[in-house]
Design a binder for this molecule. Structure first.
Ligand code: SF4
Length: 256
């Protein structure tokens, strides 16, 4: 009698679990509009509140990352931070403010002296002109004190809405607007809080949906999130506390 040979059973591969499974799923992109979680309007008050809540819990007590001791120093540091990291600015400002501790002192500095001190922040010639002009105007028009209105701040050389919002918000606790830097712009679009592409228009959109008492902290929280997690090239979605709310097409990993 012939012996029946039992066909060896091929082990069934285990379905990937956890992060691995979700990473694999994420390789087949699904339009954000078709994702199952996509039932509410991206700018609905409930969704915006959920984003604000998650950000506050993730970054409690967050503050401006530029070192400063007064409104003048914060103004100068913010001007220097254009196209430059806050870490780099924080390396430059101690020596700058040691040599020129007040607007009066900086107003008397020559441009080459200022350029030398701020060279490593990039665009140093324009920035030197801006901080020199800012010092002169603050001394001549505002008695050496940074003013506390948007209108007056915008008269200072080198100060646009972003810098004015940073100083008014972080130093004077005046919610004059939402700071829109490169991180806030990128994240606001990824979180579908705006479709705009210019800082001015993004700011307007955000101010319509973010409660005014959250304008100041919201900017800081988004800037921190943009630096640490929702980075420009490959957002770290697997580590993101907003992941379940986020439907961005740029996600690198998705749970839904
Ligand atoms: S899930 Fe990803 S894309 Fe969305 S906010 Fe978080 S890091 Fe950014």
């Amino acid at each position: 009698m012939a012996t029946r040979v039992t066909k060896p059973v091929r082990p069934v591969p285990k379905a990937p679990e956890g992060k691995k499974a979700r990473k694999i799923a994420a390789t087949e992109p699904v339009s954000p509009k078709k994702r199952p979680g996509r039932t509410v309007k991206p700018t609905s008050p409930e969704r915006v509140a959920a984003i604000l809540d998650a950000l506050r819990k993730t970054y409690p007590g967050v503050v401006c990352a530029l070192n400063h001791r007064n409104a003048w120093e914060l103004t100068v540091a913010t001007i220097l931070s254009a196209q430059c990291t806050d870490v780099r600015v924080n390396l430059v400002t101690p020596e700058l403010f040691r040599i020129y501790p007040t607007p009066q002192a900086m107003a008397k500095a020559s441009l080459p002296e200022l350029e030398d001190l701020i060279r490593t922040t990039g665009f140093f010639r324009n920035k030197a002109k801006s901080i020199s002009g800012a010092a002169k105007l603050v001394v001549s028009e505002y008695g050496g004190e940074i003013p506390q209105t948007m209108e007056e701040m915008l008269r200072i050389p080198g100060v646009a809405r972003k810098t004015a919002n940073v100083v008014l918000g972080s130093w004077f606790a005046i919610a004059s607007g939402v700071v829109v830097d490169t991180h806030v712009l990128r994240l606001s679009r990824r979180l579908e809080l705006t479709k705009e592409t210019t800082p001015e228009k993004v700011e307007k959109d955000l101010e319509k949906i973010i409660p005014k008492d959250r304008w100041i902290d919201f900017s800081h929280e988004l800037i921190h999130h943009g630096r640490q997690i929702c980075i420009a090239r490959k957002p770290r979605c697997a580590d993101c506390t907003l992941e379940t709310i986020c439907n961005s097409i740029e996600k690198t990993w998705s749970s839904h």
